[in-house]
Ligand binder design. Structure first.
Ligand SMILES: Nc1ncnc2c1ncn2[C@@H]1O[C@H](COP(=O)(O)OP(=O)(O)OP(=O)(O)O)[C@@H](O)[C@H]1O
Length: 304
């Protein structure tokens, strides 16, 4: 059963829909990537879900009893903005302790949780250093810790790695993978590679509309062009033309050293072609099922 159901989430700014009738489900303890180009509506979606922007219309339902009880949905949500702002003169410890108290934790609980989270995000050694001296990656880890301070069930991270160098990026992606143990994680990015590394599912939005929702595997299955790349020591043009006329293949394109064969059903086409080439004693040097990159798949989905 899903953890959160979002129905008809819409935000209109002066007649222009920034988010247009989005409906999706979030599964518990999963990491979901919200993918879209600049201006697609990612930040607006996350802000509406976290209660920072009022939707023009929506129904958002939590399906599981949350520890804070009905009517306190915000208490179950943690949020890291795209451009977090810190008090640079505070230490990491002071900041988290302060945020814990803002989240209505007792002083004792805020202190306990501060220590626990500093450890979780790898900042224990820097706990008493001023935030102004932190690197970008350390600030981002502190930002994630503040989003988790009140043990929310849903954590939303807006572009958590986009401003980081490859090392910082890796650290945060690894950290995000561990967050699933305690919460459902929804994060926005325009980098498909990040989504591929950590997410169980993706939501692709374009101009405020949901273009795809599901796992990366099913994205590949549903949207992958069915094509086989072959290279051979023989000229296969006539043979492929015949198969095209007989509708055994959809089409073929001559490439540098071989052919790209477009087929309707890859599962049927592979055994058919392998058998047919073997029967005709074709000297194949390459036989490969073509895989579109995630970037290609993303473009295909948003350009549909
Ligand atoms: N407060 C606002 N007033 C008017 N228009 C807005 C406002 N906030 C966002 N928009 C518009 O809504 C659309 C979606 O913006 P949003 O920031 O949600 O996109 P995004 O996918 O997060 O982009 P980016 O990756 O650049 O952060 C854009 O066209 C933006 O100009």
């Amino acid at each position: 059963m899903s953890f959160v159901s979002v129905r008809h989430l819409t935000k209109t700014y002066t007649g222009h829909p920034a988010v247009d009738n989005l409906s999706f489900e979030l599964q518990p303890h999963s990491c979901i990537a919200l993918l879209g180009v600049n201006g697609a509506g990612k930040t607006t979606t996350l802000k509406m879900l976290s209660g920072l922007v009022k939707p023009t219309s929506s129904t958002i339902q939590f399906h599981q009893p949350t520890p804070h009880g009905k009517g306190h949905i915000r208490a179950d949500i943690g949020y890291l903005p795209q451009f977090p702002v810190f008090c640079d003169w505070m230490t990491g410890f002071e900041f988290l302790f302060y945020v814990g108290q803002l989240a209505h934790l007792s002083r004792r609980e805020a202190k306990r949780r501060t220590k626990e989270l500093l450890d979780k995000v790898g900042l224990t050694e820097a706990a008493h250093q001023r935030i102004g001296q932190y690197s970008g990656g350390m600030k981002q880890r502190l930002g994630i810790a503040q989003a988790l301070i009140h043990q929310p069930k849903l954590v939303m991270l807006d572009e958590p790695v986009s401003a980081l160098d490859p090392v910082g990026r890796r650290e945060i992606l690894q950290l995000m993978q561990t967050l699933k143990e305690e919460a459902t994680v929804l994060f926005s990015t325009h980098v498909l590679h990040d989504a591929e590394e950590v997410s169980d599912a993706v939501l692709i939005i374009d101009q405020g509309q949901l273009k795809y929702g599901g796992t990366l595997d099913s994205l590949q299955q549903e949207w992958q062009d069915a094509a086989i790349i072959i290279e051979a020591q023989d000229d296969l043009t006539n043979q492929l033309r015949n198969w095209r006329e007989q509708k055994r293949i959809v089409d073929f394109v001559t490439e540098d050293d071989g052919y790209k064969i477009l087929v309707e059903d890859i599962e049927l086409a592979v055994p058919f072609l392998l058998h047919a080439f073997a029967q005709r004693q074709v000297r194949l040097t390459k036989f490969e099922v073509a895989k579109m990159s995630l970037e290609d798949l993303f473009l295909k989905v948003v350009q549909k």
